[in-house]
Design a binder for this molecule. Structure first.
Ligand SMILES: NC(=O)c1ccc[n+]([C@@H]2O[C@H](COP(=O)([O-])OP(=O)(O)OC[C@H]3O[C@@H](n4cnc5c(N)ncnc54)[C@H](O)[C@@H]3O)[C@@H](O)[C@H]2O)c1
Length: 304
């Protein structure tokens, strides 16, 4: 079926596009920038999601629509509150309206576990508002939806704002990691490819009109994540913990009272956190040493 993916050029969206194509769908990526990960069997539409006419056209004939576009970083959202309304809330309404007009079979939205939390500032508020609009569209017009509340993602294609990527890169480049928050903060990191596979799985009827929680299954304190990185690198890494005065990140759990509970979805096969971090170490090592080539499993400067 035709599936339009808004924000499909980004970190999470691009992985979901890969999995949708693998599952045999006809993927149309709509993003303000061309996707560096575009496959030959995918169609790229470069456009602004605030452009209602262009969103309407991109949605025509789609059996399902995914929306990953917007401001994804909590820090960015907190210094750009008005832009966050525009890029997260207004864009969601524009895509919902296009889905309604075209009678799209399912609207899948990238939300966050922060909707449960008292932390997360304007980012959290924008996701809560989006979720309520989606539920309102379902009640008013019968538009089927699935809300995916993702936890902390990591893995290939992440940029410097991604927590695990930044920890590994800092440790490798400077020998220290600075963290704004407490060492006991608990996280359940989920590998982006596991999250992407589950995001495709939710197209099944079973997940229609559901709020699904997608986090990892290995809770770990930030201190232990750092210890693991240091052990893998085989060197002493200094950990610097500073106060998070902005209080934007949760400590032990994002969960506080929320009127609409979600069901937690656990992927049947998962990438272990250690394996996932090892791949990031390899990728950053390659970025830092582009002259090294793999020769029979050994990294060498010039192949003999
Ligand atoms: N990365 C995480 O750990 C995480 C966790 C929970 C939820 N999420 C949610 O998942 C979604 C995707 O996150 P991500 O990490 O892949 O972010 P990302 O920044 O990599 O991807 C967002 C994409 O949206 C596009 N975009 C932004 N504004 C646009 C516009 N006006 N028109 C068209 N395209 C536009 C960007 O070009 C980018 O490709 C976001 O909604 C985010 O809140 C991410």
């Amino acid at each position: 079926m035709k599936i339009t993916v808004f924000g499909g050029a980004g970190f999470l969206g691009s992985h979901v596009c890969d999995k949708l194509s693998d599952a045999g769908h006809d993927v149309f990526i709509y993003d303000i920038v061309p996707s560096p990960w575009l496959r030959s069997n995918q169609t790229m539409i470069v456009g602004d999601i605030l452009d209602e006419e262009s969103v309407y056209q991109a949605t025509a004939g789609a059996g399902a629509v995914f929306n990953f576009a917007g401001i994804a970083d909590i820090g960015d959202a907190n210094v750009r509150p008005v832009d966050t309304v525009k890029h997260n809330i207004l864009t969601n309404a524009i895509v919902l309206e296009a889905c309604r007009l075209h009678s799209v079979g399912r609207y899948v939205f990238a939300s966050s576990v922060y909707v449960y939390s008292k932390s997360g500032g304007f980012y959290r508020s924008s996701k809560q508002a989006c979720e309520q609009y989606i539920e309102n569209y379902h009640e008013a017009y019968g538009l089927k939806y699935t809300i995916l509340r993702y936890g902390s993602l990591y893995g290939p294609r992440a940029d410097g704002k991604n927590a695990i990527y930044r920890f590994v890169k800092e440790a490798m480049e400077t020998g220290s990691i600075t963290y704004y928050g407490t060492p006991d903060a608990l996280r359940e990191y989920i590998h982006v490819e596991d999250a992407a596979l589950s995001s495709v799985e939710v197209l099944k009827d079973l997940y229609a009109n559901q709020n699904i929680v997608l986090t990892g299954s290995q809770p770990m304190t930030v201190r232990n994540v750092f210890n693991m990185i240091a052990e893998m690198l085989g060197k002493k890494v200094e950990f610097v913990f500073k106060n998070d005065f902005s209080n934007t990140h949760y400590m032990i759990t994002p969960y506080s009272f929320s009127p609409r509970l979600g069901r937690k979805m656990i992927p049947p096969v998962q990438i272990d956190l250690g394996q996932g971090v090892l791949h990031i170490i390899e990728a950053i090592h390659h970025e830092m040493n582009p002259e090294l080539q793999n020769f029979s499993g050994l990294l060498v400067k010039d192949q003999p």
